[in-house]
Write a protein that binds this ligand. Structure first.
Ligand code: ATP
Ligand code: MG
Length: 671
């Protein structure tokens, strides 16, 4: 559909109330990297007045083998940052600390999923130890003939070796393409073939919610269709039996045992590609975005430093935990490259949040004294659904900062996160960004910017977002429109692998001269950004445009509702009628099972939305479901629900769908 304009319906009430404002907690601000709004605003103004010198200054905090000669070369849509500079991200993540005063500092804490006698396996690596492991594995890659510019697919679970693999590729200039360890063989084959990977790194199995996922077996299936792959390296995780093909498949530990522990980092050109990564596929077929080295290094370094308050001399013992899988961009930028460049202690957890029990995350936070915790709205809604008592069993005293990413967060979930997990003392950073942006573009600086539940607040330094109509003209404050970014920034993707035309068409053609994000947003009178959902998902009811976020947040605000997704179904009278898919809190789902109770509840929810937003937003149809269709990264796939609500069947791309059974069940609930 894509009508790509989204004026707000001023006569409807917004559930995204702008009047709830939380200043940064004073105890947090007192020791933060940036301590006041004035400080943020001054630096922001400077960064916008002269972005190139701002970014150059940030870049100077990193190690360069050779300094750049020009900060930016911009010929829309092709950006080159730090032109002529020579840099290595593996060096900046590891060597800089291992060779400096952080050699003995813990770089990685890894906790396995399986629990025996109440205990899980934990491994830690100091920066000095990580340095050795990364060099050894870089030599392993070289021993297989892998060279600078070669593409290496990585299909692994969350193990320290996964992080080591990324850093080893980056060290020699091989381009990694991480494929989330939950994808099926054909999804692996598509991605491997798209970029002609020469090798695949994998594991025998990985653990997830108490079961062993057969990674190597799935890779074997994919390998039947991937002629470019010459070598497969297999990490022994569980010791499960796997087939090894002579000459092609190698055991990780055997190669590492033979590898030399010295492998100097290759001085790479600032614009040498670092990795390829496919988007989540929430709106369509995934796109293989290419990120390069220098600009991405600077963007991830600086955003991690300021948004997560790392490299903070007042907090040398921070333990930082981003729960994202490294298979997604959040894992690339905020498990590996951002925090390690900042010399942080990074926690990695292998498995599911509800194994062996619903409080595993809270247990981990207490056990390892996690101080900075970054997760997704889908996880937060699951915690709420499971019940507060799981959280309340734990002290969580070590936490000082909380973050969220991946979808707009419903204000109700935001409040719960703040009150229950953060106990009111932790600022919440709602971070808006994309695979394409490489790093966070909109988020509060936690010691400086007051927060409003449901808003990603204000732009990061050097970033100029804008809400415009489809002609590219700014809309009035408070009105909805297309979220665009006017100027290039260092960590932006450079292209779609092998398809520069598609890159230009997808991101640089809708609004002239601007990067178009695909998201709808509203900017309020205080300059706060409210993400409204995907432009393609916008509802149009009797000529009124509504963001999916508005109606969903109203539903989630109802005490019995855990999660909701709304879509539009064509309607002769109204243009579109709203269909809401609703999942209830566990306790309420158990108490409302009879058809009469469910019918009454539907009625109650319709009235509730009408009262919260206005009668226009009243759902025509409500369907209860245990699960909503989500991408494997946890985002609601409204496009599938829209198809289901419209045609009663689904023909769109489902390769990135998490749970096929859930979708099948949803079909059955159709009326
Ligand atoms: P595809 O582009 O293939 O449809 P995707 O957009 O889900 O997949 P990602 O790059 O992982 O792939 O996700 C970026 C998108 O996630 C953003 O465009 C936005 O819609 C949503 N998003 C991420 N963080 C936030 C946030 N804090 N608030 C609102 N939306 C967010
Ligand atoms: Mg996207």
């Amino acid at each position: 559909m894509s009508s790509r304009s989204m004026p707000a319906s001023q006569d409807l009430q917004s559930t995204l109330r702008e009047d709830r404002v939380f200043p940064p907690p004073p105890e947090f601000a007192a020791t933060a990297n940036i301590k006041s709004l004035e400080e943020y605003e001054t630096l922001y103004a400077r960064s916008i007045a002269d972005p190139e010198s701002f970014w150059a200054e940030a870049a100077s905090e990193l190690h360069w083998f050779q300094k750049w000669t020009k900060v930016l070369d911009w010929q829309l849509p092709v950006a080159k940052w730090f032109v002529g500079g020579k840099i290595n991200l593996s060096y900046n993540c590891v060597d800089r600390h291992a060779l400096g005063d952080k050699a003995g500092k813990t770089a990685l804490i890894w906790e396995a999923e399986p629990v025996a006698n109440g205990k899980a396996e934990v491994r830690t690596l100091t920066y000095a130890q990580l340095h050795v492991e990364v060099q050894k594995f870089a030599n392993v890659l070289k021993s297989l003939g892998i060279q600078k510019g070669d593409r290496v697919a990585i299909y692994m679970g969350m193990t320290p070796e996964l992080a080591i693999a990324l850093l080893a590729c980056a060290r020699i200039g091989a381009i990694h393409s991480v494929i989330f360890g939950g994808f099926a063989a054909h999804a692996i084959a598509d991605r491997v073939n798209d970029s002609q990977c020469v090798a695949i790194l994998t594991q025998d199995t990985s653990y997830r919610r108490g079961t062993e996922i057969q990674l190597k077996r799935t890779v074997d299936e994919a390998l039947a269709q991937t002629p470019s792959v010459k070598n497969v390296v297999v990490l022994k995780r569980s010791g499960s039996a796997v087939q090894m093909k002579e000459g092609r498949d190698h055991w990780w530990h055997e190669l590492v045992a033979k590898a030399d522990a010295t492998c100097p980092a290759e001085p790479l050109d600032s614009e040498d590609p670092l990795y390829i990564l496919y988007t989540s596929g929430t709106t369509g077929t995934p796109k293989g975005l290419v990120h390069t080295t220098g600009g991405y290094a600077v963007g991830t370094y600086l955003t991690t430093k300021y948004v997560f308050d790392l490299s903070n001399p007042n907090h040398p013992n921070d333990v930082y935990w981003c729960t994202a899988d490294i298979g997604w961009v959040t894992g690339h930028s905020y498990v590996v490259y951002g925090p390690l460049q900042n010399g942080a202690t990074v926690l990695m957890y292998e498995g599911a949040p509800n194994y062996p029990d619903f409080d595993r995350f809270w247990q981990i936070i207490d056990d390892h004294k996690v101080s900075i915790f970054y997760t997704a709205p889908t996880a937060i809604r699951a915690f709420i659904k499971w019940g507060d008592h799981h959280v309340e069993k734990h002290g969580l005293d070590s936490l000082r900062l909380l973050g969220t990413v991946g979808e707009p967060i419903n204000p109700e979930s935001w409040m719960w996160y703040r009150d229950r997990v953060g106990q009111g003392r932790c600022p919440i950073v709602d971070t808006w960004w994309q695979t394409e942006t490489g790093a966070i573009l909109i988020a509060p600086i936690p010691g400086a910017v007051p927060t409003k539940p449901g808003s990603a607040t204000r732009p990061f330094f050097g970033i100029q977002p804008e809400v415009v109509n489809k002609e590219g003209h700014p809309v009035e404050p408070g009105h909805g429109g297309l979220l665009v970014v006017r100027k290039p920034w260092p960590s932006m993707a450079r292209t779609i692998y092998g398809d520069a035309e598609r890159y230009k068409k997808t991101y640089w053609s809708d609004v002239e001269g601007c990067y178009f994000t695909g998201d709808g947003a509203r900017c309020d009178a205080d300059g706060y950004y409210w993400l409204m959902g995907r432009v393609d998902d916008v509802l149009n009811v009797s000529g009124h445009r509504l963001g999916t976020m508005e109606v969903e947040s109203a539903l989630v605000a109802h005490p019995k509702v855990a999660e909701a997704a709304v879509v539009g179904r064509p309607d002769d009278l109204k243009g579109q009628a709203i269909v809401a898919f609703v999942s209830l809190d566990l306790a309420h789902a158990a108490a409302n099972t009879t058809p009469e109770a469910l019918a009454a509840l539907k009625d109650e929810l319709k009235k509730w939305v009408a009262k919260e937003i206005g009668s226009l937003a009243r759902p025509e149809d409500i369907r209860f479901t245990d699960t909503l269709p989500k991408t494997r990264s946890g985002k609601i796939m409204r496009r599938l629900l829209r198809e289901l609500a419209t045609n009663g069947e689904i023909k769109g791309d489902t390769t990135t769908l998490e749970d096929f059974q859930g979708l099948a069940k949803l079909r059955e609930t159709e009326e």
